[in-house]
Design a protein around this ligand. Structure first.
Ligand code: UT7
Length: 317
C-alpha cells in the first residue's frame, strides 16, 4: 500500500489567544500553561467553521500539488468539531473548493488525520483513482467548555491537508483503538426527545488529563517501534518525527523513552496548541515549507487521542 505526497497546506484563523488573555477567562496563568503544557498562544476561529478552514488548507495543498479541485477523485476528512453532523465536513469542503468527487469524514479524534490518510491510501491501492485530498479540520473552540481550565487552555482551531497520489513513499502504518468513553468523551448533548430516561451530558470535551497523558506516551513509543519494525528500519534512521501537538511533556517523555533526540520532533504547539486532527498536517506542512526536508528523508507521523485511539505511519520524502 503506498502513495506519494504531492502537496501540503495549512490554515489557522487570525485571532491569537495568548495565555495571559486566557488567564482573564479562567483561573490559570501563563506560567502554569507554559510549564505543564508548553503552549504560549493558540488560534481561535471567530467566524469560520471547520469546513471553511479545511477548504482554505485544501486549496493551499492543491496549489502546492499543482492540480485543481476538479481533478480530485476522493476527499477523506477528519474532524470532531464540524458545524453539523450532516453534511460531513468533507462534503462542505468539496463544495467550497469546487471538487466533484466522493467526500466523507472519519472520526478518530486527534488520530483522525492518520486514520483518514490510511483510508485514502487503501483507496489508491485498490485502484481506479488518481488524486486524493486528505484533511483534518477543527473548530474545537466551539466544543470546549470555556469554564473548564483543564481543557480550554490546550485546545485550538485550524486545518491541515495533503494531496496524495499513487506512489512508493508510504512505508508502513499502524492504527490502534481501545474503545471506551471513560477517559475522553465529547457527548453531543441531547435533543428534545420525550422518551429518554437518562439525563445526558452537555456538549463539551470531557477529558481525564492524566489518563490521556499516560496513554499518549505509551502509544507514541509502541506505535513508532511497530512501524519501524514493519518497514525493517531502525528508528534512529528516521530524520523527523511529526507528533500530535498535545503537550510538550508528552513528546519529551516519549522521546526520552525511545532514545530519540528531541530535536528530531517537529514542534509548533507553542504557537498553535492542540488542534486535534488538524495538528499533524499543520505541523507537517510547516516542516515541508521550512525547506529542511531532503529527498529520501524518513519521516514518522504519530497521533493519539479520543477513542481511545492512536496511529503512526512512516513516509519517505
Ligand atoms: O489531544 C487529545 C489528547 N489529549 C491530551 O493528550 C492531553 C493529555 N493531558 C495533558 O496534557 C495534561 O494532563 C493536562 C495539561 C490536561 C493537565 O496537566 P497535568 O499536569 O496532568 O495537571 P493535573 O490535571 O494533574 O492537575 C494538576 C493541578 C491540579 O491542582 P491541584 O488539584 O493539584 O491543586 C489542577 O486543578 O493543576 C491544576 N490545573 C490548573 N492550574 C492552573 C489544571 N488545569 C490548570 C490550569 N491552570 N489550566
Amino acid at each position: 500500500m503506498s502513495f506519494q505526497i504531492l502537496g501540503t497546506g495549512a490554515y489557522t484563523p487570525e485571532k491569537i489567544l495568548t495565555n495571559d488573555e486566557l488567564s482573564s477567562l479562567v483561573d490559570t496563568s501563563d506560567e502554569w500553561i507554559t510549564q505543564r503544557v508548553g503552549v504560549k498562544e493558540r488560534r481561535i476561529s471567530v467566524c469560520e467553521s471547520a469546513a471553511e478552514m479545511g477548504a482554505k488548507a485544501a486549496q493551499r495543498a492543491l496549489d502546492a500539488a499543482g492540480i485543481t479541485a476538479e481533478q480530485l477523485d476522493l476527499i477523506v476528512g477528519a474532524t470532531v468539531s464540524a458545524d453539523c453532523i450532516c453534511p460531513s465536513m468533507s462534503a462542505m469542503v468539496q463544495k467550497q473548493i469546487g471538487a466533484h468527487c466522493p467526500a466523507f469524514d472519519v472520526n478518530s479524534a486527534c488520530s483522525g488525520f492518520l486514520f483518514a490518510l490510511d483510508t485514502a491510501a487503501a483507496f489508491l491501492e485498490r485502484g481506479g483513482i488518481q488524486y486524493a485530498l486528505v484533511l483534518g479540520a477543527e473548530r474545537l473552540s466551539r466544543i470546549v467548555d470555556w469554564t473548564d481550565r483543564s481543557t480550554c487552555v490546550i485546545f485550538a482551531d485550524g486545518a491541515g491537508a495533503f494531496v496524495i497520489a499513487k506512489g512508493e513513499n508510504y512505508l508502513g502504518s499502524h492504527l490502534f483503538t481501545q474503545g471506551g468513553d471513560s477517559v475522553l468523551h465529547i457527548p453531543l448533548g441531547r435533543g428534545n426527545s420525550p422518551f429518554y430516561e437518562k439525563e445526558e451530558q452537555p456538549l463539551a470535551v470531557h477529558m481525564s488529563g492524566q489518563e490521556t497523558f499516560k496513554f499518549a506516551v505509551t502509544q507514541i513509543e509502541n506505535d513508532l517501534k511497530l512501524i519501524a519494525n514493519q518497514a525493517g528500519i531502525d528508528l534512529s534512521e528516521v530524520s523527523w518525527i511529526v507528533p500530535h501537538q498535545a503537550n510538550y511533556r508528552i513528546i519529551e517523555l516519549a522521546a526520552r523513552r525511545l532514545r530519540i533526540p528531541i530535536e528530531k520532533f517537529v514542534l509548533n504547539l507553542e504557537y498553535y496548541g492542540n488542534t486535534s486532527s488538524a495538528s499533524v498536517p499543520i505541523c507537517f506542512d510547516s516542516l515541508v515549507r521550512s525547506g529542511k526536508l531532503k529527498k529520501g528523508d524518513l519521516i514518522a507521523l504519530c497521533a493519539f487521542g479520543g477513542g481511545l485511539s492512536s496511529a503512526a505511519c512512516l513516509i519517505r520524502w
